[in-house]
Design a protein around this ligand. Structure first.
Ligand code: ATP
Ligand code: MG
Length: 571
């Protein structure tokens, strides 16, 4: 393709709201164009990269035995009512009506649609297992669309759904997809890590995320410095914290009862007031838990004074759709006193959970549910259903697998695999006849890759202060030929000839044949980030051209006669 015939509107400055390198460079290099919050046009270069990434995804999935389909984007709300998600999905789901007043949603994910497809066409265990996938636009009315392609409202996703006769076969496919997704991200040249992820109400290790390691990532991941353990902070676990060491004579011993603690509200104030390590204090974190049909409850989470609440864990522990902040006024109305909340004598309507690490503990201090009073000598009740893992693992905590130290790193979630079970097949009545002629719900797995987000993730990991550095299988072109001075016949002709030869050998070549200064063309090459450039310039007189690697910007003189074989060698 010729640069002079392309539409590559490179710009000097990105809009001021673009903060991340990927956002800035994809806009500046003319890959994408913003049309509204979280909405982008893909220009020719962007479309080429997107198609190449999509091809890698498709290639590996097809090889792994998955079948590509293409489902309607506009989906009947009725299916979403059947699964119970029409309400639950919240404001991210775009709902609308057609001229006959029928309700629809724009698909943010396609579990319902896929189950509906399969329940109509698969009847017997003999047709299983089955893995269907599509690579298709999704729409989510994200609360904070940002960082360009990283968190759009309209984005391209690969979403796969597998159907099995039992758990064991679903787990086999889950493992198969872990390998397959890993191959995809390796081919795209990404440095990534597979981590344990939040599985919502299902729990356990039923879900894994693929995290591209980058400082700009929105997810905090916890990794062990000694073993392979890695988990999203939403799902990370640690060895229970040990109590601080004391000398014999200062050992904790308290009588039980209420203690006047005027105006002592925060953990720090309480710790100073009693001269006690926050490890022995109970922190109460109050939230509003939101449920279906606009129901809400006040939920209180009790954790150690030196811990922080992990909201996703907390939300799962009370089976809510979402947790939101609560004001002191609302607490007061419910009969609670901010700063003095404890789990004894709580109002009826309030639900609460206690962090599992507090199980069996005694001699603690917590709020007395009365202004200016705390209870001392508190023991944790032994009701099993009150306990849940509620805390965020902190840096320096101990790994449960190997005893090593845990630390934080940042990641961009590019893929997610999930053992779904019968969560959708049951409510939607999707069943098959097993070997004994008995009707069973399909056991499912679900899998997703953020295909357009991958473009951003690749650039987050591969860029310098001049622009993009595409990896081999994500670059819009394999090679760029830069003709230094297009008005010189010899240079132009040599460029054309090389362009034709390389193209006929199957390389995807961009020929910069514009009537522009060489420096200007070089700047565009650096900004756009095609991995290799061949410069045809003054050295042509000595039958030489220059080969430039975009990553290192190293330059090497090559004999014109050898350049094609050199390129073949590199690929
Ligand atoms: P996130 O936590 O980032 O919102 P998610 O858990 O909502 O992601 P999934 O529902 O698992 O994401 O979707 C599968 C994949 O789609 C994600 O791993 C991610 O790569 C991609 N994705 C999700 N939301 C967006 C978005 N708003 N823009 C671009 N890609 C997205
Ligand atoms: Mg999301």
């Amino acid at each position: 393709m010729r640069f002079s015939k392309m539409l590559i509107p490179t710009i000097k400055e990105a809009p001021s709201d673009a903060m991340l390198p990927s956002h800035i460079y994809l806009l500046r290099a003319g890959f994408i164009q913003s049309v509204g919050s979280g909405l982008y046009n893909f220009l020719p270069l962007g479309k080429k990269s997107l198609d190449r990434v999509r091809q890698v995804v498709k290639d590996e999935l097809d090889r792994a035995g998955c079948l590509e389909v293409d489902l309607a984007f506009v989906t009947p709300a009725e299916l979403w009512r059947e699964s119970g998600r029409f309400e639950k999905y919240g404001k991210e789901l775009l709902r609308f009506k057609d001229r006959k007043d029928n309700e629809f949603v724009l698909g943010p994910t396609h579990e319902e649609m896929m189950v509906n497809l399969v329940r109509q066409s698969v009847k017997s265990y003999k047709q299983l297992p089955l893995h269907l996938y599509q690579i298709k636009t999704k729409f989510r009315d994200e609360i904070r669309p940002r960082f360009g392609l990283m968190r759009g409202r309209e984005f391209l996703m690969e979403d796969g759904y597998s159907f099995h006769k039992d758990e064991a076969d679903m787990k086999r496919e889950f493992a198969n997809m872990e390998v397959t997704y890993s191959k995809i991200f390796e081919r795209l040249g990404l440095d990534f890590r597979v981590v344990e992820a939040d599985s919502g109400a299902i729990g356990g290790s039923g879900s894994k995320e693929f995290m591209v390691l980058a400082d700009s990532g929105e997810d905090t991941i916890v990794v062990c410095d000694n073993c392979e353990y890695g988990a999203n902070i939403e799902a990370a676990v640690r060895k229970p914290k040990e109590a601080p060491q004391y000398n014999k004579d200062e050992e904790l011993e308290m009588s039980e009862g209420e203690f006047h603690t005027p105006n002592v509200k925060t953990i720090q104030e309480l710790s100073e007031f009693f001269h006690i390590n926050p490890h022995h204090l109970i922190k109460a974190v109050a939230k509003k838990a939101l449920y279906d049909e606009s129901k809400e409850k006040i939920a209180i989470f009790f954790i150690r004074g030196n811990d922080e609440l992990e909201e996703t864990k907390a939300c799962n522990s009370v089976g809510a759709n979402e947790l939101i902040d609560i004001s002191e006024d609302e607490l007061e109305k419910a009969g609670l006193v901010a700063g003095f909340i404890g789990f004894e004598n709580l109002p009826e309507a309030v639900i609460y959970r206690i962090d599992s690490e507090l199980k069996g503990e005694t001699n603690l201090i917590m709020g007395a549910n009365r202004k200016d009073y705390h209870c001392i000598g508190v023991s944790i009740p032994s009701k099993e259903e009150l306990f849940a893992d509620l805390v965020a693992v902190q840096e320096g905590d101990i790994c449960t697998k190997c005893g090593g130290k845990l630390h934080y790193t940042k990641g961009i979630e590019v893929g997610h695999i999930f053992q779904l079970g019968t969560r959708y097949s049951k409510p939607l009545g999707a069943t098959f006849l097993d070997e004994n002629g008995k009707s069973q719900p399909f056991v499912m797995g679900t899998y997703g890759i953020g295909v357009s987000r991958l473009l951003a993730a690749i650039i987050e990991q591969h860029h310098d202060d001049k622009g993009c550095i595409w990896t081999k299988e994500s670059s819009p072109f394999d090679i760029e030929i830069i003709v230094s001075n297009i008005s010189k016949d010899a240079e132009r002709e040599a460029g054309e000839e090389l362009y034709n030869t390389l193209s006929s050998k199957g390389f995807n070549v961009l020929l910069d044949d514009r009537k522009e200064r060489f420096g200007f063309k070089m700047k565009d090459f650096e900004l756009i980030g095609i991995p290799l450039a061949i410069v045809i310039g003054k050295k042509l007189a000595d039958k030489k051209v220059e080969l430039i690697k975009r990553e290192s910007l190293e330059r090497e003189d090559i004999d014109l006669d050898n350049i094609v074989s050199k390129i073949e060698e590199i690929f």
